[in-house]
Design a protein. Sequence first.
Length: 466
Amino acid sequence: MAFPVDLRRCQALGLAGTAFLALGGETAGALPVRELIAPSSAHAALGLVGVYFGIILLIAAWALLGRLIRSAEPPSPRAMLLVLAVWAAPLLLAPPLFSRDVYSYLAQGAMVDAHMDVYAHGPARLGGPLADEVSPLWQQTGAPYGPVFLAVASALSGITRGEIPAGLFGMRLVALLGVALMAAALPRLARHSGADPAAALWLGALNPLVLLHLVAGAHNDAIMLGLLGVGLVAALGRWPVLGAILVTLAALVKAPAVLGLAAVVALQIRAGRSPVRSVLTTGAAAAVTTVVATTLAGTGYGWIGALKTPVSPQNWALTSLLGRATGTVLTELGLGDLAPLAVPAWHVLGLAATAVAIAAIWLRRPRFSPVYALGLSFAVVVVLGPAIRPWYALWGLFLLAAAAPSASVRHRLAAVTGVVALLAMPNGLPAGAEELILAVSGGVLAVVVLWQAHQAAQAPLRESTV
């Protein structure tokens, strides 16, 4: 017998999950340095158990909501947006979770506000409390973000005057704006692509990764994807130039969004416009937007060189893993002089394979909608690129959710979500053996509680059949 499902149960279960996330984060999250609690302490251990307990509850609520969408009476998009708001509410005032990147955002915004060259210098040049919050690995590294995001971060720095709590809240509001734009764009993109709008919202906006990393983590990927989504919506209609402008703004938050310009061109061609004219108008709109945005931001064009920002030495991207493995083999074979070249060589191979795969996707694009082709392109970038983080999975998931051609594709993407949601520690640091045991304990405890709830719900049904 199936576990009884209705919208209120899903809403309540997901709310419980994000509430545990927020409470656990108070001791186990990516706290400011002066508030950090030793991972070995009882409070931090309890917080870590609570966070993973909450993650499993949230995933379960999301999975049950997915079952409800496939039922005879699925919830309306408006009802699902209400569920999203309820699930996100406990995370609004929670500390940052799963990453310390938001502190880098604040420090870089303060640097721009102080008229420092954020591309030539790392946060160490700023000094002070904000710079102290940035991981030592990135203290000397220039910003890898575009002028649009740095202008937002700079404005936020001016408003909050460098106060860390106010800055964290402000960055979370920026991320929430991005999530709202994503949710607004998904139904329209789904209808255009022949997909179910409710299913698109479920997979693309209520996805646990959105809540864990875009809301709780306050990542700027949210505003990138939001601008990209509304830009594609504009390109669907009679405003292709506006679409190109918005997609370019997304790329000036984070560079990968520039791939969206290919979809803007493809959508115009599909609407019957001349290919040459579509390319020229899109390119012109992108160029003008880039010049104007960079000038207004006052950051200069150092963001072009920032595209070469190095990745973490221990990054677990596929090409990085292969490079480190190759370097180990070369060392064992007595070819240690070549070992340092292994990771860069694999990164070059990965980029070449990415280019080939994306070209193949777009050459076969008539089989896909432009939105789906763009989602596949982002997925290739994430899998074969030199750097990967759990929230990068949303680059492809967001668009694939909007244009998934079948339920089986959505099920595979949902499975990926469930796995990726479990890959990060709430403090944003690598996990030791003790932390892994505590995380697994929290997850197992949640599974036990859910199983007991399932059994309790089935008991009256079994008695009624006796």
